[in-house]
Design a protein around this ligand. Structure first.
Ligand SMILES: [Zn+2]
Length: 258
């Protein structure tokens, strides 16, 4: 073991400890909203922030079981964490990828009755269509006005070289792989992989996606989102998509993510 020759016992045990602490890839899971920010709400009183947190905990367990990954959450309880703090904290963890979890909603009674399905997003300067723009606007709504202007500058800066970034290409790859598993496992309405300017995906150094796991506003899908067994199905599907993504990246790069 030439690499450890010359290291003192203390350094060696520190090295072993850090390898043990990060045996697999590191994934940051971001449960949307929290605290005073409820996110979307169902007629039943079910809140997006609670669905997102329950699902995040299940996804953490699935990633740790299926991939031997290490998964950490941007919030572990019903607390308010600002979007910019989520991004800064996530980058400090130096994760291999970032997954933000949300539930979708429609504004009018007529739309709430009929619109359902899953959408998976990655960051783009321009929304893929009008519905995607509205979803990003709703998810960005908790940013204070003053910060919005500042973030718009940051957005322009980041998006200027986004096309060249490997993380961006991998975000797209990850989005398709996760989305494919979600639709296969749930048989939910496939609303496709979309692009939109989400603040919580801006400035992340790792591949990053945002999953709208279903419409909390739809009577049928909203009820399913509250169901533990359905949440398990969603979590396992995302974990399987992540597993496929890491295997593809490993083949391409010739080394594991971590
Ligand atoms: Zn949301």
């Amino acid at each position: 073991m030439p690499v450890v020759r010359g290291l003192g016992l203390g350094a060696l045990s520190a090295l072993c400890f850090s390898l043990a602490a990060h045996a697999g890839p590191l994934v940051v899971i971001d449960p949307g909203h929290g605290g005073s920010q409820d996110g979307a709400a169902a007629e039943s009183g079910l809140l997006e922030k609670n669905v997102a947190l329950a699902l995040a905990k299940k996804l953490k367990a699935a990633l740790e079981k299926e991939l031997s990954a290490t998964a950490v959450l941007t919030r572990e309880r019903d607390s308010l964490v600002h979007l910019s703090d989520r991004v800064a904290w996530a980058n400090r963890q130096k994760p291999d990828l970032f997954i933000s979890l949300h539930a979708n909603s429609m504004p009018t009674q007529r739309q709430r009755k009929v619109i359902e399905g899953i959408e998976t997003y990655f960051l783009s300067a321009h929304a893929s269509h009008e519905d995607a723009r509205k979803v990003a606007a709703r998810e960005n709504a908790e940013i204070p006005q003053a910060k919005k202007a500042q973030n718009n500058d940051t957005l322009a800066f980041i998006l200027a070289d986004l096309q060249r970034s490997e993380a961006h290409a991998d975000s797209s790859r990850l989005a398709y792989m996760v989305h494919e598993q979600l639709i296969a496992a749930t048989k939910a309405v496939d609303r496709g992989v979309q692009q939109a300017p989400f603040f919580v995906l801006m400035g992340l150094d790792a591949p990053a996606i945002l999953v709208e796991v279903g419409f909390i506003s739809h009577p049928g899908e909203g009820a399913r989102l509250a169901d533990e067994a359905y949440q398990d199905t969603l979590a396992k599907a995302v974990a399987l998509g992540v597993k496929n993504f890491f295997q593809t990246v490993e083949k391409r790069d010739g080394r594991p993510a971590r």
